[in-house]
Design a protein around this ligand. Structure first.
Ligand code: FES
Length: 131
């Protein structure tokens, strides 16, 4: 499977999905993920797995930038959000395939095997678009 994401769609014409809220404490009566503001304010990397319209998506903050990839590895479905992130790449925890966080390109064969998605922060929300 060769991944593709239409990066030509302007941000205002995309459908954005809130995947997490940034807050000091989880909101009551919601199942939505909360990312502590202290974690957002830190320099630390962040990785989380979210569901967007039944798709598993791995969302990362690495080196101060946000990325989102299909959360199931193209090899055999390993959980990329549980992978090691280093130097702009995530390594799948199951068999070690590596993907560029920004493009989803598999680092050995240089093919775009993992779909990537735009991420943005809006006020207290982390949003991605899977259009
Ligand atoms: S499932 Fe990811 S490398 Fe095999």
């Amino acid at each position: 499977m060769v991944a593709s994401t239409n990066r030509d769609i302007s941000p205002e014409n995309r459908r954005w999905h809130t995947v997490a809220r940034i807050a000091d404490a989880p909101a009551e009566n919601t199942t939505q993920r909360t990312v502590p503001k202290s974690q957002i304010d830190s320099e630390d990397d962040i990785a989380m797995e979210v569901l967007v319209e039944s798709r598993v998506v791995a969302v990362f903050r690495h080196a101060g930038q946000w990325f989102a990839l299909d959360g199931m590895c193209s090899h055999q479905g390993g959980p990329l959000a549980e992978g090691v992130v280093r130097d702009g790449c995530v390594t799948c925890p199951w068999h070690g395939w590596q993907y560029d966080l920004a493009t989803g390109i598999q680092m050995i064969n240089q093919q775009p095997l993992q779909e990537s998605f735009p991420v943005r922060l809006v006020e207290d929300r982390i949003e991605i678009s899977i259009d």
